[in-house]
Design a protein around this ligand. Structure first.
Ligand code: G3P
Ligand code: CA
Length: 242
C-alpha cells in the first residue's frame, strides 16, 4: 500500500490556500489528491474556504454564510499570500470538480460545519459529486461527527471519514459503528498502536498536517493510508525514493 499524498488546501505553502492556483500547483507538483474545505454562501452555493470568516484569507470581513456568491466572488482571495495572486477569487466546489474532470485527482472534501450549522450541506456536496461523477475518488470528512453520518442518503454512496484532533478511546469503535471508512487524525495522535487497532477494525488512518521530512517519513513508515501536507512536492519526492 502506498500512502496517498493529499495537498492540504492545495499546495498551500506556496499559493493562497483553497484557491485554483493552489490546486493547479498541487497538480503540477504531482500530488495524488486535493484536500479542501467547503462552506455555504447565503444563497447556498458551496464555496471553498477554510475559516468561517473572510478576514484572514480575503479582503472581505464577516462570515461566509452572510454573503451571496455574487458578493463573495468580488473579493480578492490571493493578495494576503502574495501580490502575484491579486486576481484570485474564492472558488466554488463546482469550479474544482470541473477543473478535475481531466485530471481525476483524488479528493478529500472537508465539511466545515463544526462551528457554523449549514442546513443541507451534506446533501448539496453529495449531489455535486454525483453530477461530476466524482463520488468514487472522493472521501468526505468533518469534525462534526453527526454530519458525516448524513452522507449516505441511500442514493449516492460516498466514503466518509471521522476527523479529529483529540484523544478519544472510543474513536475506533465509534468510527466502525457509523460505517466510516477511516479516521483522519492530527499528527500528534499518530502511533503504531492506533494504526494497528484501526486496521484490525478495517479502518484506515490518515494524518494532518504533515509538513516536515521527518513527519512525512514517519507517517509513511507507520502505514498511514494517506497524509495531508502543505508541501506535496516534498512528500511525493520522499514517497518516490522509498
Ligand atoms: O482534513 C484535515 C485538516 O484539513 C483538518 O484541519 O483546520 O486544516 O481544516 P484544518
Ligand atoms: Ca481541512
Amino acid at each position: 500500500m502506498s500512502t496517498i499524498i493529499y495537498a492540504h488546501r492545495g499546495a498551500s505553502k506556496y499559493a493562497p490556500e483553497n484557491t485554483m492556483p493552489a490546486f493547479e500547483l498541487a497538480y503540477k507538483h504531482g500530488a495524488d489528491g486535493i484536500e479542501t474545505d467547503v462552506q455555504l454562501t447565503k444563497d447556498n452555493i458551496p464555496v471553498l474556504i477554510h475559516d468561517e470568516q473572510l478576514n484572514r484569507t480575503t479582503n472581505g470581513k464577516g462570515f461566509v454564510k452572510d454573503f451571496t456568491y455574487d458578493e463573495l466572488k468580488q473579493l480578492d482571495a490571493g493578495s494576503w499570500k502574495s501580490y502575484h495572486y491579486k486576481d484570485t477569487t474564492i472558488p466554488t466546489l463546482d469550479e474544482l470538480l470541473a477543473w478535475n474532470q481531466d485530471k481525476q485527482l483524488k479528493l478529500n472534501i472537508e465539511l466545515k460545519n463544526n462551528i457554523i450549522f449549514y442546513q443541507g450541506l451534506e446533501n448539496i456536496v453529495c449531489q455535486k459529486l454525483a453530477k461530476y461523477n466524482m463520488t468514487k475518488q472522493t472521501v468526505i470528512s468533518s469534525f462534526n461527527h453527526d454530519s458525516i453520518t448524513k452522507i449516505f442518503d441511500g442514493k449516492v454512496e460516498i466514503d466518509y471519514a471521522l476527523l479529529t484532533g483529540r484523544h478519544n478511546k472510543a474513536l475506533v469503535p465509534y468510527s466502525k459503528k457509523i460505517k466510516a471508512k477511516g479516521i483522519h487524525i492530527s499528527y500528534r495522535l499518530l502511533s503504531n498502536r492506533l494504526v494497528t487497532l484501526a486496521n484490525d477494525n478495517q479502518l484506515y488512518v490518515a494524518v494532518y498536517t504533515v509538513n516536515s521530512s521527518i513527519a512525512i517519513k514517519r507517517a509513511i513508515r507507520l502505514g498511514c493510508h494517506a497524509l495531508f501536507t502543505d508541501v506535496p512536492k516534498l512528500a511525493i519526492d520522499i514517497k518516490k525514493r522509498r
